[in-house]
Write a protein that binds this ligand. Structure first.
Ligand code: PLP
Length: 361
């Protein structure tokens, strides 16, 4: 029998979350952001659940090719644009739309020989200070692009730094508006947090990522349940041994947990080599037979231990849910596990290890 760990991608949850995002921005078209192999879910595995999107946005040309190979004929957007002049040939051939965020990318387009008009999203750096033209150089970039025969249509794009927090989007939005008010073209502004929290923003194209996979972009302020989102991924395994601890006995490397009274613990077949964060401290929530309990001691490479006190009937072979849905319907949001580990759900999803088998349901 293979080691019992298994990740499950929930097609119906992805479909549901996509519909939630559509409902939050009913007048907008929606880019389903599937970068990083669909946030660790796998583009091929997530495709069925997300195919009601208006387009797919990602970074890697190989992932764009994968989408075309799956039969997707609709829009595909390269969020970082091209990395090299040769990438433009693939854009022409596969009809990929691409972000233009720097002069060098305009230079490459100007040199590019093509029969196909390119659809580009001109990116403004409105305060994030990663990619994009500054407001003062944005309009001249637009004019330069607009004069190129290689360019068929220019859309306008920016990305928010604080859509998930108290600072909000107002300053960046105003800068974007002020710079672009008289330019034609479709607008794309909102990631998941802006789509769900700032619904008055006008975006012709919203760009949710994390919400599609069932995670709240602003946890712990809001939960996935608050937004009506369902887990897109379950990571589950089984108990492979139990131990009876006497008072004073400790568990695992570094003996970081010590029992204050006699207790039963379960040894779970999942560790950091599966993508479960080593930084999860004792007390991280986990489900055994669909009942909420806690981890004990350090996470090791292949195992983690759990408190069986709330589930006295559990034993070898009992179901363990690291995140997602248990068979009894109980849900452990990935956001809670990420929060316990001092990180965000994005990182956990993307870090699901190669050795974990994945099925789609
Ligand atoms: C990743 C990304 C998104 C999606 O962000 P979420 O927080 O996952 O919704 C949107 N736009 C750009 C440019 C991105 O890189």
């Amino acid at each position: 029998m293979p080691r019992p760990i298994l990740a499950t991608i929930h097609t119906s949850a992805l479909r549901h979350n996509l519909a939630r995002c559509h409902a939050a921005a009913p007048d907008a078209k929606l880019w389903a952001v599937v970068k990083a192999n669909a946030y660790g879910h796998g583009i091929e595995r997530a495709f069925e659940g997300l195919r009601a999107a208006d387009g797919f946005a990602l970074l890697d040309l190989a992932e764009a090719q994968q989408l075309r190979a799956l039969g997707w004929r609709g829009p595909v957007l390269l969020l970082e644009g091209v990395f090299d002049a040769r990438d433009l040939e693939l854009c022409s051939r596969l009809q990929l739309w691409h972000v233009v965020h720097c002069q060098e990318q305009i230079d490459m387009l100007a040199m590019h020989k093509t029969q196909t008009g390119h659809r580009v999203f001109l990116k403004m750096n409105s305060g994030m200070n990663r990619l994009g033209f500054s407001p003062s150089s944005y309009r001249s970039a637009w004019t330069r692009l607009n004069a190129l025969t290689q360019v068929e249509e220019i859309s306008l794009l920016t990305h928010f730094a604080n859509a998930d927090g108290p600072e909000g989007v107002a300053a960046q939005q105003q800068l974007f508006e002020a710079t672009t008010h008289d330019l034609g073209g479709e607008r794309s502004l909102s990631n998941s947090a802006a789509t769900l929290r700032h619904s008055s923003l006008h975006s012709d194209w919203v760009r949710p990522g994390i919400a599609l996979y069932g995670s709240a972009p602003d946890f712990p302020e809001h939960s996935a349940t608050h937004y009506g989102l369902q887990p897109g991924m379950t990571l589950a395994t089984k108990i492979i041994a139990t131990q009876a601890l006497s008072a004073g006995a400790s568990v695992g490397y570094g003996a970081s947990f010590t029992a204050s009274e006699p207790m039963r613990i379960g040894v779970v077949a999942c560790g950091y080599a599966d993508g479960y964060p080593r930084h999860c401290p004792s007390g991280t929530p986990i489900l055994v037979d669909g009942v909420r309990t806690r981890t004990l001691g350090r996470v090791s490479m292949d195992m983690v231990t759990v408190d069986l006190t709330p589930v006295p009937q559990a034993g070898m072979g009992s179901e363990v849910t690291l995140w997602g849905c248990a068979s009894n319907g109980a849900v452990l949001p990935i956001d809670e596990v990420a929060h316990a580990a001092g990180t965000v759900s994005y990182e956990l999803m993307c870090a699901l290890a190669q050795r974990v088998p994945v099925v789609v349901d």
